[in-house]
Design a protein around this ligand. Structure first.
Ligand SMILES: Cc1ncc(COP(=O)(O)O)c(C=O)c1O
Length: 362
């Protein structure tokens, strides 16, 4: 029997996407072999690859101005590759800090050039519990780009309205909330997302790049580190992570069948309202540290009255077949990751558990 999976990533995947993989695993479409065994240059794999791109294009309503790329190396490689390609020697780029992952992106940019911090919501205790307001941002109009993290997986905050950045190209790490709702991609010069939270297994990173921005990228880099190499070869310059892309195709097809991103938004909003509503109702027992306007719909963080109770909560939840609730090792407490694959019923089950736990201990 499957558990209710609240893991932060790799995270739970929609059951129909896994069942489809199981059914097709040994003999893919009558070809006599698994998709894992097919050449990435063969028509079977290319069909899957192109379908994944077509599904993403349709779900996001992408136009010809942007191109989708599939890369490896996780979002962490993007922390380095973005400045390598787009931070010119002697130039500067702006970083908005909202958590650990944006700090890591900034650190990699420092290796390449001279990035600036254009805004930060770090608190005196080094925790991030909010998103900077527009008036707090000090943007450099000459910046090569502005980088932000759309959802902060560890601290449970999320941008709900994009900052105004004028003509500066906007770059976003959307690893933990990619495809959670419809997104106006035209606002972004560059988006990247590791698949293993909302759209698939680990091993593939989706990049969406505006073509005129990509054209400005540095040319004097090794081929494998240039976005243009992937763009010119439909992400088939070298062997792509074929199985990860195949499984992502299954997840994208599931999202499409559910009604696309509008349906995802409805489902994710209902889950977040239910969970935050419960936390607010039981505020005497559970403490949710994030400022209300910045609450993440994907990673909901809270604490119990003591660390011992946090631990007891996680252990008791596991007995009730709910896993993945322990907060990130750097943040402590509880974290509930409610990505697209988590259903409203899953969150209802957790809320009932939280109510009885609070009653028994409170
Ligand atoms: C927002 C965000 N960015 C980047 C990363 C790092 O991703 P990866 O492990 O794929 O390099 C994570 C991982 O949890 C993340 O949540």
């Amino acid at each position: 029997m499957r558990v209710i999976n609240f893991n932060a990533g790799p995270a739970g995947l929609p059951l129909p996407a896994l069942e489809r993989a199981r059914d097709e695993f040994i003999d893919f479409q009558g070809s006599g072999m698994s998709i894992l065994e097919h050449s990435h240059r063969g028509k079977e794999y290319e069909g899957v690859h192109d379908e994944a791109i077509a599904l993403l294009t349709r779900l996001l309503g992408l136009t010809d101005s942007h191109q989708i790329l599939f890369l490896q190396g996780g979002a962490s490689l993007q922390f380095a590759m973005v400045p390598m390609n787009f931070l010119p020697p002697g130039g500067s780029a702006d970083y908005i800090l909202t958590g650990t992952w944006s700090e890591k992106a900034l650190d990699e940019a420092k290796v390449v050039g001279s990035p600036r911090v254009a805004g930060s919501s770090i608190g005196p205790d080094k925790r991030y519990t909010r998103i900077p307001r527009q008036a707090e941002l000090e943007l450099d109009p000459k910046a090569a780009y502005v980088h932000l993290t759309s959802n902060n997986t560890i601290f449970g905050t999320q941008w709900h309205a994009w900052p105004q950045v004028g003509a500066i190209p906007l770059v976003a790490d959307m690893s933990s909330d990619f495809l959670w709702r419809p997104t106006d991609v035209s606002r972004f010069a560059f988006i990247y997302a590791g698949a293993q939270k909302n759209i698939g297994p680990s091993g593939v990173t989706v990049v969406i790049v505006r073509k005129d921005f990509m054209a400005k990228g540095r040319k004097d880099l090794p081929k494998i580190l240039k976005y243009s190499t992937f763009a010119e070869n439909n992400s088939l310059y070298n062997t792509p992570p074929t199985f990860a892309i195949y499984l992502m195709r299954n997840v994208l097809s599931w999202i499409d069948k559910q009604g696309g991103l509008t349906a995802m938004e409805k489902r994710n909003t209902a889950k977040a309202e239910l969970l935050y509503g419960a936390l607010d109702r039981m505020a005497g027992f559970y403490t949710a540290p994030v400022e209300k306007a910045a609450r993440s719909t994907m990673n909901v963080v809270f604490r119990l009255p003591t660390e011992a109770l946090d631990e007891e909560f996680v252990t008791a939840a596991k007995k009730a077949r709910m896993v993945g609730l322990k907060g990130h090792r750097s943040a402590g407490g509880i974290r509930v990751s409610t990505y697209n694959a988590v259903s409203l019923e899953n969150v209802q089950a957790l809320v009932s558990f939280m109510e009885s736990f609070a009653k028994s201990k409170g």
